[in-house]
Design a protein around this ligand. Structure first.
Ligand code: PMP
Length: 314
């Protein structure tokens, strides 16, 4: 993976090697940071790089920060402007992944959230697929439970909570699976290690509700809208039992990293006929068009980087 050349650090864009923090930094010691993950998609025809739902991502980023009492002097618009400048400075003309971070910056010993300095940083790097395989994923049901909202805010992207995701992912991969489905403390389906989940039963798409300890995914929200408005698929947000997974006709995960990736096998059980199902295939294709600006109706989800002019219509 290509290393970025620059980062936004301490209020300005600097060479990446100057973006360094002390080993005493509170966030490094206690996980007291929050982050975001945003994709930018290169559209070759228009020679344009589009950031997908920047405002929504930065809004969630600031909400995650607020959950752990990080107060930043930026609005979602400020952060969108910063990332646009950062990408223009890098000059990227390919798909990218953007990583904003907000953290407790004081170099001090002491577990708490109050009376500490807050800071933010951001970098962007070229990025392809996150999953090796976006069509035939073999997953397990993790023996780990999803972090509970009463332990660490599950709807925020809190750095420390990602130890939970890392345990889920590594134990799944080392056991020979591509990913894992994580149950919450109630025993219902929550999500994947770093993505939300949908199942299809009898042509209805079902996804766990936002109070099932899921991260409130921006991709999840987008997929719900695309299924309902463009594909005419009924979407229900409700708890999913473990055994419903075994009866699903189709299943897929979605998120900024994984994009839309179908799940075709759970442990020793096939999902449907072990091929990506028709609804999954359609929504995945549509998603990839939307993020590259090829569907007019959803152009307002995109921020073009290389022009501040009104976006040309196709
Ligand atoms: N759940 C978790 C735990 C995640 O890390 C992610 C990736 N950010 C998602 C879901 C998907 O969220 P989004 O679509 O906003 O990227």
């Amino acid at each position: 993976m290509t290393k970025p050349e620059y980062a936004f650090f301490k209020g300005k864009i600097v060479p990446i090697d100057e973006a360094k923090i002390s080993v005493m930094t509170h966030a490094f010691n206690y996980g007291t940071a929050v982050f975001g993950g945003i994709r930018g998609y290169w559209n070759d025809d228009e020679e344009q790089l589009f950031i997908f739902r920047a405002h929504d991502h930065f809004e969630r980023f600031l909400q995650s920060a607020a959950l752990i009492r990080i107060d930043l002097p930026y609005s979602p618009t400020d952060l969108t402007n910063i990332v646009s400048e950062l990408i223009r400075t890098e000059g990227y003309r390919e798909n990218v992944y953007i990583r904003p971070l907000a953290y407790k910056a004081t170099p001090i010993i002491g577990v708490r959230l109050h009376d500490l300095d807050d800071d933010a940083t951001m970098f962007a790097q070229p990025f392809g697929s996150y999953m090796h395989n976006e069509t035939h994923n073999h997953v397990c049901i993790s023996t780990w439970r999803r972090v509970d909202d009463n332990a660490i805010p599950a709807r925020g992207k809190i750095a420390g909570a990602y130890v939970n995701s890392a345990l889920v992912k590594t134990d799944a991969v080392l056991a020979g699976y591509d990913e894992a489905i994580v149950l919450n403390e109630d025993g219902h389906v929550s999500e994947m290690s770093a993505a939300n989940i949908f199942i299809i039963r009898k042509s209805v798409a079902i996804t766990p509700p936002v109070n099932a300890n899921v991260l409130e995914g921006i991709t999840r929200r987008s997929i719900i809208q695309l299924l309902r408005e463009e594909l005419g698929v009924e979407v229900v947000e409700r708890d999913i039992d473990r055994t419903e997974l075994y009866l699903a006709d189709e299943m897929f995960m979605c998120g900024t990293g994984v994009q839309v990736a179908s799940i075709t096998k759970i442990e020793h059980r096939p999902v449907g006929n072990e091929e990506p199902g028709p609804i999954t295939v359609k929504v995945r294709e549509l998603f990839h068009k939307v993020v590259r600006g090829r569907v007019q109706k959803y152009r307002d989800w995109l921020t073009p980087i290389y022009s501040t002019e009104a976006i040309a219509t196709k």
